[in-house]
Design a protein around this ligand. Structure first.
Ligand code: ADP
Ligand code: MG
Ligand code: MG
Length: 253
């Protein structure tokens, strides 16, 4: 079954009429992990923002569906309810809001958008404790304000916990270009691997071949100048690690 299908997607920045995505084609089957690599500025983050429904981008052509449903017409809450999850490149800090409260609010917002009843306090507690335990997250961290004073590794762990709680169908992870140490990278990989499931798909955007050593994607795509220019297996990531993008992009041109 197809989870995510993107066809000929063209996107401009609303403010500047600057074209960023210039015909992205991408199909992710249910149960698969796809990775997107590519030089800085090629449009990887823009793709993840557009899929999650962030403001400021205009789709000028093409389509994107989640399990056959058009998502581009949905607002971000509807997309989340439909099963789309974006782990942010730069996790926000929310002073004054406890992690538990944040998680519960996010979960209930999703349920509301699905027309489901709110989760009870008791059920929520049970659920969050079980998931935190699976992910080896300290109970202490659940009580602290969202991401405030968290280390890089703790933020990553928290993102994975958010993902685990919302049980999305399509998980998009956009990794920052820098500052992800080996331990944090392993955490992300463990989280993804723990949530890998036949009914779920992942799109992992990364600059790091090393992350893919731990995640082992089914498919690797290379993005350049607003398009997917090459698709292959995990060996494609190794090729990038070894030779950089130069040869690959020249070959594709
Ligand atoms: P990547 O994630 O592959 O590094 P991005 O999606 O962040 O690429 O950026 C793609 C292109 O769009 C870059 O040229 C970037 O400068 C530009 N861009 C993205 N967002 C904005 C913005 N809000 N304002 C101006 N330019 C932007
Ligand atoms: Mg970038
Ligand atoms: Mg980016």
């Amino acid at each position: 079954m197809t989870m995510l299908e993107i066809k000929n997607l063209h996107v401009e920045l609303e403010e500047e009429n600057k074209k960023i995505l210039k015909g992205v084609d991408l199909t992710v089957e249910t149960g698969k992990v796809h990775a997107i690599m590519g030089p800085n500025g090629s449009g990887k983050s823009t793709l993840s923002y557009v899929l999650s429904g962030r403001d400021g981008y205009e789709v000028t052509d093409g389509s994107a569906t989640l399990e056959g449903e058009d998502i581009l017409d949905m607002d971000p809450e509807e997309r989340a309810a439909a099963g789309m999850f974006l782990a942010f490149q730069y996790p926000v800090e929310i002073p004054g809001v406890g992690n538990m409260t944040f998680l519960r609010t996010a979960l209930n917002a999703q349920r509301k958008a699905r027309g489901e009843p709110e989760v009870s306090s008791a059920d929520f507690l049970k659920m969050v404790r079980a998931k935190a335990k699976d992910l080896q997250i300290d109970a202490d961290m659940l009580k602290r304000p969202v991401n405030v004073g968290f280390s890089g590794g703790e933020k990553k762990r928290n993102e994975i916990l958010q993902m685990a709680m919302l049980e999305p169908k399509m998980c998009i992870l956009d990794e920052t270009d820098s500052g992800l140490d080996v331990d944090a990278m392993k955490l992300v990989a463990q989280g993804v691997n723990a949530l890998r499931d036949e009914g779920r798909a992942f799109l992992v955007i990364t600059h790091y071949q090393r992350l893919l050593d731990h995640i082992r994607p089914d498919v690797v795509h290379i993005m350049s100048d607003g398009r997917i220019v090459k698709t292959g297996g995990p060996e494609l990531a190794l090729e990038v690690e070894k030779n950089g993008y130069g040869d690959l992009l020249a070959e594709g041109a």
